[in-house]
Design a protein around this ligand. Structure first.
Ligand code: AMP
Length: 286
């Protein structure tokens, strides 16, 4: 496995392989790899000839009040995981290499990025869309893998791949969870013992909503109220949003009469957790 730091060296490596007809797979991450990332690497390894993983904590997707400084960084452990999973290149650029003096361009995806995470974190998706566009330009992949856990991020990336004519196939893989249902996340390590005990309740609330919809509940307000009731029973949990939306546009549904995504974000102390499940109504409801 090679470690590449410079964007131009990364592009040169990719260009050389592309000329030989090699299919390049790419998994962008912010490092601090866990089983969720590992599942993406495994899926990717099976479907491409050469696999690149980027590890870059992207400063422009964090607001000044957010956790950029304390975001977990474990590069040597991450490299071991990459080696174990058969990664060919770990791309580890520095912030200065990605955003040199004079850098100006930003990529925005106004509609799908507007609500939910976009409302709570107004800086976030501009930073994500910009870094993903840059990484795609540097790595020049044929296929990329993202996790469903960041559902809105997947919608943003899908839109930018389409709008900016990237000739890249986007594959979204299911969320990997702890045994008690908590979606794996690099930030889970910051939960206290008590917060960790409560954290799976977000997924439990989403599953309760999914069941209710499956059995015919079609009014989003009623389903949301049910989720709220589950979560508000715990005073330590603060709800950022609970939403039932169209999975492509992420606009809220007035009535749950087609496939929907149920999105949720909560805070436990200083830790913010997001999760989602997809659903489809199977029986007629009121
Ligand atoms: P991050 O390092 O948090 O930027 O995540 C890198 C990629 O891993 C993104 O596509 C995430 O959606 C994905 N990912 C993070 N957590 C999980 C998880 N629990 N299950 C599956 N994919 C995940």
């Amino acid at each position: 496995m090679r470690t590449i730091h410079s964007p131009s060296a990364m592009t040169a490596w990719s260009q050389r392989l592309r000329r030989e007809g090699v299919v390049i797979g790419f998994v962008p991450t912010m490092g601090a790899l866990h089983e969720g990332h590992r599942a993406l690497l495994r899926a990717a390894r099976l479907k491409c000839d050469a696999l690149v993983v980027s590890m870059f904590v992207n400063p422009i997707q964090f607001a000044p009040t957010e956790d950029l400084a304390t975001y977990p960084r474990r590069l040597s452990q991450d490299r071991t995981i990459c080696r174990e999973e058969g990664v060919d290149v770990c791309f580890e650029p520095t912030p200065a290499a990605m955003y040199p003096k004079g850098f100006q361009t930003v990529v925005t995806v106004p509609s799908v990025a507007r609500r939910w995470e976009g409302e709570t974190r107004p800086h976030h998706f501009g930073g994500v869309a910009t870094v993903v566009t840059k990484l795609f330009g540097v790595v020049r992949p044929d296929v990329v893998w993202f996790g469903q856990k960041d559902f809105q991020q997947c919608a943003v990336v899908r839109q930018l791949v389409k709008d900016l004519n990237f000739n890249i196939r986007l594959i979204v893989r299911p969320t990997v969870r702890e045994r008690d249902g908590l979606a794996m996340s690099s930030r889970n390590a910051f939960l206290s013992t008590e917060e960790r005990r409560l954290a799976p309740m977000l997924y439990q609330a989403l599953l309760a909503a999914q069941r209710a919809i499956k059995t015919g509940m079609a009014d989003p307000k009623t389903v949301q109220a049910m989720m709220r009731k589950v979560l508000e029973a715990q005073p330590a949990i603060r709800i950022d949003y609970l939403a039932i939306c169209d999975p492509d546009t992420l606009e809220p549904l007035d009535r749950i009469d087609r496939q929907a995504v149920i999105l949720g974000a909560i805070r436990l102390g200083s830790v913010r957790l997001i999760d989602n499940v997809l659903t489809r109504r199977t029986r007629g409801g009121t």
